[in-house]
Design a protein around this ligand. Sequence first.
Ligand code: GDP
Ligand code: ZN
Length: 460
Amino acid sequence: MNHDTTPIAAIATPPGRGGIGVVRISGKNLAPVMEAVCGTSALQPRHATYLPFRHADGSAIDQGLAIYFKAPHSYTGEDVLELHGHGGPVVMQMLLARCLEAGRDIDLRLAEPGEFTQRAFLNDKLDLAQAEAVADLIEASTEAAAKSASASLTGAFSRAIHGLVEKVIHLRMLVEATLDFPEEEIDFLEKSDARGQLERIRADLEQVFAEASQGALLREGLNVVLAGQPNVGKSSLLNALAGAEIAIVTPIAGTTRDKVSETIQIEGIPLNIVDTAGIREAGDEVERIGIERTWGEVFRADVIVHLLDAGRGPTRADEDITQRFPPNVPVLRVWNKIDLSGHKPAVDRAAEATHIYLSATERAGIDLLRAELLRVAGWQQTAESRFIARERHLVALKAAREHLAFAAEHAMAGGQTSDQALDLFAEELRIAQERLSSITGEFTPDDLLGVIFSRFCIGK
Ligand code: GDP
Ligand code: ZN
């Protein structure tokens, strides 16, 4: 990514009306804009000055606070000017337009989404994992996700990665030194405890991976599909699951008939639960389309909850549905209406699927289902200092894990270490290090950076 240092401007507060709105400008030589809009270019850094923001003809656009941050002591690491005015869409647009006009001579332009944070990254104010945490914090849909994003933002995840990288570097240095002095090579691996070091690194990585997986779960949540015949109680179960949580995040009414999805949280994990319209033979065209969409949801599911009537047992139609479930998605078979059938609330982990007995309307056994959903998702309640993580991070950690395993194989090759085995050992360590470092943004390809920052909102 060529490091573009053209000054940029954007409205940093969300569109709509609010108490205040902020226009943010970042770049070099912001004095002309300050002079023109604020009437002074001598704002004291990090001090809020109350003043009118002016049009070119001297009339006031708004009155508010101007705050100047001198490089490198700013969010982006560049000079930053923040104008805090009243948060109305029209007044904010006028203020932004005025800044762009006043900044014509310094080539001031509109910022791309995430460009402020991208500059913070390029100027080493944040590493990549921290920059991603900024977006994750803004997008967090549960308190737990926000908490872990905040932990990542302050560097919890980055420190864990750095810890691993440093240990890998230390081991690499040992190996490289040995390769440089072949006479000392005789059983280098024994003397330096290289195998022991490697095993400890691998154990540490497992720990980080486990925590990152939890963090990714907090961020991505879980897609749960409620499938089953009409009248088995899907809508009732959705209500029961949602009702058990006070914090319903976003209820979204679906577009197809009787399809409703609701995001609830269980222990801070967002669960997007889709109540599919009863899957059955299509009666008419509209219904056929609805049913096709339903199957689309089923294929995107992380977990399928197949609801059945405990009093009736599975029907032919249920068998047909089961046949069509995607093979790799875990299925929970939930037997509903146990108040009518006389079963007790229970979980039965059978070979082909887990069976849960409950009553949606009596709210009996709902906790069992909630716990089972978390279990299927791989959630562990134990880990305390959770940080947020993304699929990208998990992929990098898995690759590092794999190359450390290769390294271990080379280290196991005989008691005497051949030159070649040592070479391969060193090479695997190097690759593992590179993959780990991609998490914090060293050795990260430009196009990937582009993708990451383009998903930010404007003004961030
Ligand atoms: P859906 O078509 O699968 O969404 O099923 P609904 O949730 O609309 O429920 C169909 C009927 O079954 C309604 O009359 C519900 O009150 C009833 N029902 C749902 N769950 C239970 C239950 O646990 N016990 C009893 N007795 N009735 C239930
Ligand atoms: Zn329903």
